[in-house]
Design a binder for this molecule. Structure first.
Ligand SMILES: Nc1ncnc2c1ncn2[C@@H]1O[C@H](COP(=O)(O)OP(=O)(O)O)[C@@H](O)[C@H]1O
Ligand SMILES: [Mg+2]
Length: 380
C-alpha cells in the first residue's frame, strides 16, 4: 500500500495532484482543535491528533496498542455506526452519542465517521462535545434575541413611558373628582398604566449599558437569593444546598447575578404547585478543570470553570417551550412576562458566560458557566 502511515505519524506522500514537497498531514492534524482519530479495519488506533489525545486522556503511544473495544463496551452504538460507514462507504454523523465506559465519561458527543477510500476498512472519526456545541449555538441565538429587545426597550421607553405618565397623572386627578361609580374606572386606568410601566422598566434592563464588575463571592449571592425566595415566593419549598467552599470569586456584577439566580429560582418555584409537599430546589456550585469552550465565529477559546446549578423536581419543560425558552415574551404562564430567561441569557452573555438547560419530568436543571477572576491574569 502506498504510504499513508509512517511509524512516527501520518504522512501523505506527494504522489497525488499535490505539487511541491510532501505535506506533513500529522502536523496539520495536530494543529486542529478538533479531536480526530484514524481506525484501521479492525478498529485499532492508527493515529490520533493532539486534541484527540487530550479528549481521550491517552497518548498516541498508548493508543497505538489499543483498539476502540478497549475504550467502549462491545454493544456501543459507535461500532454500529462505523460498521455502516464501512459497508456503505459513506460519511455518517451522529450528534448525540454518549461515550460512557469505565475509561470515558463523555456525555453528548457529536461524532462524524468518514471512510478512507485509499485504505480499505479505515475510518476517520472526528469528535466534538455536543452539549457545548449546542449550548453555544443556542447562545448566539439568545444574544440576538436579547439585542432586539434592547432596541425595542429604547423605543418603548421613549414613545410609551412619557405619554404613560401623563395618562396616569390624569387618571389620578379624575379619581378625586368623579362619581363613585366612575372612580373605579379611573383606578383601573391608573393600575393598568402602572402595569405597562413595570413591563417597560423590565425591558429596559436589556439596555446596552456597560457593567461594573468586581470579585463576587458566589455563595453569598446564593445565600441572599435563597433567603429572599424562602421568605417570599418559595416559602412552600425545601432547599438543598451543595457548595464547594473553596471556589474562587467570580468576576461579575453582583446585582445582576442576584437577578439571574432569582429569576431561575423563581421559575423553579413556580414550576412546583403550591400544594405539593415534596417540592424541592437544589442549588449547587462546583469547579470544573480544563474544560475549554469555543466562542462562535472566533478562534478564541474560553475557560469557564465555575458552574452554578439551580435544579427543581417540578414537571419539567415541555418540548415546544424548550425551543424558545430564552426568547423574550415566551411564557406558559397566564400572567407571565416571558422576560425572565431572556434577561438571564442577556446577563450571562454580558458576563462572557454560558447557560445550559437539562430537563426531564421531575428534574429540571439550569447550569450557569462563569469565568473566575484570575482568568485574564493567568493568560489562559
Ligand atoms: N424550572 C422550570 N420548570 C418548568 N418550566 C420552566 C422552568 N423555567 C422556565 N420554564 C418555562 O419557561 C418559560 C419562560 O420563563 P421566563 O422567561 O422566566 O418567563 P415567565 O416566568 O414570565 O413565564 C416559563 O413560562 C416556563 O414555561
Ligand atoms: Mg420567570
Amino acid at each position: 500500500m502506498m504510504g499513508m502511515v509512517a511509524r512516527s505519524g501520518l504522512r501523505i506522500i506527494g504522489k497525488s495532484p499535490a505539487r511541491g514537497p510532501e505535506i506533513d498531514a500529522a502536523a496539520m492534524l495536530g494543529a486542529l482543535p478538533v479531536p480526530v482519530v484514524l481506525l484501521d479495519a479492525d478498529n485499532r488506533f492508527r493515529f490520533a491528533n493532539h486534541a484527540a489525545e487530550q479528549f481521550l486522556g491517552l497518548s498516541m503511544q498508548q493508543l497505538s496498542h489499543m483498539g476502540l473495544k478497549d475504550l467502549l463496551p462491545e454493544d456501543h452504538p459507535l461500532f454500529d455506526l462505523i460498521g455502516q460507514v464501512r459497508q456503505h462507504g459513506i460519511t455518517i454523523a451522529d450528534h448525540d452519542l454518549s461515550l460512557e465506559s469505565p475509561r470515558l465519561h463523555k456525555q453528548a458527543i457529536a461524532v462524524q465517521a468518514t471512510p478512507l477510500n485509499e485504505e480499505p476498512g479505515n475510518v476517520v472519526l472526528s469528535l466534538q462535545d455536543a452539549s457545548a456545541a449546542r449550548a453555544l449555538d443556542r447562545q448566539t441565538v439568545f444574544r440576538s434575541a436579547a439585542r432586539s429587545v434592547s432596541g425595542m426597550a429604547a423605543i418603548l421607553a421613549h414613545e410609551v413611558k412619557n405619554p404613560l405618565s401623563g395618562i396616569r397623572g390624569a387618571a389620578q386627578l379624575l379619581e378625586g373628582s368623579v362619581s363613585e361609580a366612575d372612580r373605579e374606572l379611573a383606578v383601573l386606568i391608573r393600575d393598568e398604566a402602572d402595569r405597562i410601566r413595570a413591563l417597560v422598566d423590565r425591558m429596559e434592563a436589556f439596555g446596552e449599558k456597560p457593567i461594573e464588575r468586581r470579585a463576587v463571592n458566589i455563595h453569598r449571592v446564593l445565600e441572599h437569593v435563597r433567603r429572599l425566595a424562602q421568605t417570599g415566593f418559595a416559602a412552600h419549598l425545601r432547599f438543598n444546598e451543595s457548595y464547594d467552599p473553596s471556589l474562587p470569586p467570580v468576576y461579575a456584577n453582583r446585582d445582576q447575578l442576584v437577578q439571574v439566580l432569582l429569576n431561575l429560582v423563581k421559575n423553579a418555584a413556580e414550576s412546583i404547585t403550591a400544594n405539593e409537599h415534596d417540592g424541592e430546589i437544589t442549588l449547587t456550585t462546583a469547579y470544573r478543570h480544563g474544560v475549554r469552550l469555543a466562542i462562535p465565529g472566533s478562534t478564541q477559546r474560553v475557560h469557564l470553570p465555575l458552574v452554578v446549578t439551580v435544579r427543581d423536581n417540578g414537571p419539567g419543560i415541555t418540548e415546544d417551550m424548550r425551543q424558545h425558552l430564552f426568547e423574550p415574551f415566551v411564557t406558559s404562564k397566564p400572567s407571565g412576562s416571558g422576560l425572565g430567561l431572556a434577561l438571564v441569557a442577556k446577563i450571562v452573555a454580558d458576563h462572557g458566560g454560558l447557560i445550559e438547560v437539562d430537563s426531564v419530568p421531575g428534574r429540571t436543571e439550569f447550569a450557569l458557566h462563569l469565568p473566575v477572576i484570575s482568568e485574564d491574569v493567568d493568560g489562559e
